[in-house]
Ligand binder design. Sequence first.
Ligand code: TXA
Ligand code: MG
Length: 318
Amino acid sequence: MPERHPPPAIAEAVTVLKHGGLVAIPTETVYGLAADARNPDAVRKIFALKGRPADHPLIVHISGADRLAQWAVDIPDIAYRLAARFWPGPLALVLKKRGDVPDEVTGGQPTVALRCPANALTQELLRQFDGGLAAPSANRFGHISPTTAQHVRDEFGERAPMILDGGPCTLGIESTIIDLTRSPARILRPGGIGIDQLRPFLPDIQAGGQADSPRVSGDMAAHYAPHTPLRMLSRGQLIEAARGQDAVVLCLDDLPHGLVGLAIPGDAATYARELYASLRWLDRQQAAQILLERIPQDGAWLAVADRIKRAIVGSSPN
Ligand code: TXA
Ligand code: MG
């Protein structure tokens, strides 16, 4: 096979990572803040930069299912079948960890979350790096996840790490996380892969974490939040509430006359892709409140509804 020459940015990112530094990486879901998952000092830098509590575990990003056994033990056959169907893609698998996976990555838990992201640059980076990258979303703890390189710069300012710019994320909300260490398997965080897609593989899969489930920081009520207080209202209520008030709005399909804000086409995939960038824009307007038009309640909107619910709690002033 001819020798491959990676683009300069990837070669530089590999060098930074090999030396224990951080690199912001594009994925199809959101940008990640990556470090060598085998290097505890490097992983600690992620927590320091994000301001994230040290006991919150990170997802390890790998180049494919052939790497699972480097991180996990007792891997059930279903893990390989799910990976064959959904990887690269927005599905993170929680498995029993190998003894040599650093506690810094797993938050001291006996499990590890693994995912193969679908982004050409990051795929190439993983191949050249030839290892696993621990990467949470590249935002300050509790804030809105970044879906462009500029969002990462906005989050960290002068402290921003090297950023691999892969353009805007195509899905726009975080991966589905499923716990395969319990029976029946459980969805810990809804995301790009819906329960209907998983049921053919796991007929008795459970939705929603429980009190005894492993810590998932996206599982805390307040998360993914703008600074401006956020409320969700029906379209009629929203028009009423916004009139004459210091409010910006996020509507479905079109912006009612006379209101300031944004409208996103009312299909779940487009809404998911644009949600975080929209919340960031609305937050920057520094209005007294952000009003969201109520979204549809069907299954396709589940992951979006989950993020909005947490953003509302996270933005509340008390
Ligand atoms: O789409 C994504 O998953 C993005 C991109 C960058 O890949 N990453 C992401 O990472 O959302 P983060 O850290 O913001 O959220 C990952 C979630 C956290 O809530 C964490 O608690 C959970 O994964 N997690 C990680 N390891 C786990 C484990 N062993 N058991 C249960 N939950 C785990
Ligand atoms: Mg996050």
